[in-house]
Design a protein around this ligand. Sequence first.
Ligand code: ADP
Length: 445
Amino acid sequence: MRIRTKIALIYTQLTFFVMLWAFAFVYILMIRNTEEVFYDLLWKRAMITAHYNFEKDEMTESAYQDVVERYNQKLMGESHEIINAHDFYEIDSLKNMIPNENDLQMLLNGKTIEYRMGDRQYLGVYYPDNEGDFLVIVSAHDTQGAESAKNLLKLLTIILIITTIFVYMIGEFYAKKIFSPIVKIIKNVKSITASNLKSDLIEEKGNDELSELSRTFNDMILRLRDAFEMQNSFIRNASHELRNPLTAIIGETEITLNKERTPKEYIETLETIQYEFERLNNMIRDLLSLAQTGYDFSRVDKKQVDLSKVVEKTCYNFKGAEINMDIPEYGKYEITGVESLLVHAFTNVIGNAIKFSKGQPVDIKFSREDNNYKISVTDKGIGIPYRDIKNIFQPFYRAGNTATYKGTGIGLALSYKIVDLHNGKMEVESEEGNGTTFHMFFRIN
Ligand code: ADP
């Protein structure tokens, strides 16, 4: 069953029961009230009956005529019994007429009693007179009241049925209206494939939960779009970059093999080939490392490592470079991680700082910020042009000012990924021509 039908049904059920309860209340109240009114009527009939039977001698002729006239205007199916209150034999037979012993006692004690048997209402009064004390019991059938009750019941039932159907229809209508964005979202999401991620996003007007859902979907679509675009550009760049050295090698060998060469020329060709192969080798190694970081990192064997020691060890590999280290609290930068990967990350960042500043001094500073260890690597090199900064962590991306510098554009993306796997983040501050600082943040355990 569709949720919108379910909601409409729940809504209808609720309305049905509330109305049923209210109508039952009204109906019972009305029946009670009709009964009361009829008992009043019966009481008046009892009095007129008593006057008719016992007061003739104490009334003027005209007053008595009036009583006779009223006595004759009987109720529907009216009957009376007049019994001497002291006549035990008759009182015995009264028991059939007054089924409740209590009521009988009350009546004998002078109280007025009211009760119902079948569809007849009864009223008994104790009537003391100079001729003796009497019990007057009047009964009649309230046909008008019963008719009104029947009509009311019919009316309430019809109202209940019509309202229930109406409420169900309204419920369906509104549920459909409320759920229409969801239907739209479902339709949109169904039509999303990797190739049409660029199609229109889902409408997200308003401030309710459904707009929130649409927004979440849109965010997801945008993220997927970015991821697909990144993947596409990665593949484009990777094939291009891998082909470059191969094209160079093939070109170089073809030219060399065109004619007989001197040993010196052969050596030069071999050197070029070696250089291109090294480039290819480095690129493949970096690509493999990048691919490896995509594995399930939670399964990789991790240990406690001290970042200050790892950075120091990494710096030993840059013999001849001037690196200034500022490490307050040396040995107190422990995180859980994989040392070899961290060395890889730091080597790339520090190596870039040295490479892009042509050997000028590089500063490495350790500090704590919020709940993080912060490592900042600063150089005074060529910097990164403003327009390139946002893409700098993407694989194969190289800024526009690096044409004369060797490189593949993979190293920084790899460092970024490694820091990310260690629950850290990487940020860059740079100004073209003035230098660059890479900050790496690692959460303190
Ligand atoms: P590359 O192999 O070119 O060094 P990386 O992936 O290591 O590639 O870096 C990507 C790009 O980021 C570089 O080509 C360069 O444009 C920029 N970059 C990285 N580090 C620096 C730095 N210290 N100074 C200036 N530019 C940098």
